[in-house]
Design a protein around this ligand. Structure first.
Ligand code: ADP
Ligand code: AMP
Length: 213
């Protein structure tokens, strides 16, 4: 099963993608996680991506598309995957479609997690990410068992640099300009499904499971 998660930054794509990946035994592929891992290792790609991420801008398509096309060709993605944070522009979606066409494949579901802008800023202020494994929590809506410590690996939780309120506003603007058009793109492809992302995390996952099953 090949799934794309759509939605504004902070809509809950990563939270849901992690659960989908676990339930269906497919890899969770997050371009944001890939860039952050590269940055942590100090690779040229990570350092270049940081220039854009810190400003709330998208990393250029030419640094992003090949990375994903290579990743989905890996053996662990043979039975499908859940893409989180990609595609984010029409050219990225077209590059993905082209790569899939060449293999006689297609996306099965594009799930749009709908959350209005006014809810997003609150969510982002409370988001905490594990500095070691990247797992995501929320101080109110999805807290860890021990404050400040990752449930999964014991790593230290941090507030992402790009989750500061001024950067979040910028990212929302970029979302509306460049990413929201993908909703029409995947609707035209007949694979768009919408879920109400303002519900609590478990209920959103129930709705997604009902779509995928
Ligand atoms: P995205 O991957 O779309 O940027 P995340 O999955 O990281 O979003 O979620 C953003 C923040 O909101 C996180 O702190 C997460 O724990 C929290 N969150 C995710 N889904 C919900 C929800 N349905 N209700 C409340 N908070 C949520
Ligand atoms: P995310 O973890 O999905 O919130 O992504 C964090 C940041 O990484 C974004 O604000 C972008 O700067 C960058 N990024 C992640 N995925 C993409 C993508 N598909 N295209 C361009 N930039 C991306």
């Amino acid at each position: 099963m090949k799934i794309i998660m759509l939605g504004a930054p902070g809509a809950g794509k990563g939270t849901q993608a992690a659960q989908i990946a676990e339930k269906f035994g497919i890899p969770h592929i997050s371009t944001g996680d890939i860039f952050r891992a590269n940055l942590k290792q100090g690779t040229p790609l990570g350092l270049k991506a940081k220039e854009y991420m810190d400003k709330g801008l998208l990393v250029p398509d030419d640094l992003t598309c090949d990375l994903v096309v290579d990743r989905i060709a890996q053996p662990d993605a043979a039975n499908g995957y859940v893409l989180d944070g990609f595609p984010r522009t029409i050219p990225q979606a077209e590059a993905l479609t082209k790569a899939l066409d060449a293999r006689g494949e297609k996306i099965d579901f594009a799930i749009d997690v709908e959350v209005p802008d006014e809810n997003i800023v609150n969510r982002m202020g409370g988001r905490r990410a594990c500095s070691k494994c990247g797992a995501t929590y929320h101080i109110v809506f999805n807290p860890t068992k021990v404050e400040g410590v990752c449930d999964a690996c014991g790593g230290e939780l941090i507030l992402r640099d790009d989750d500061k309120p001024e950067t979040v506003q910028k990212r929302l603007g970029v979302y509306h300009d460049q990413t929201q058009p993908l909703i029409d793109y995947y609707m035209a492809a007949g694979v768009l499904r919408e879920v109400d992302g303002t519900q609590e995390i478990g209920k959103v996952f129930e709705d997604i499971t009902a779509i995928l099953s």
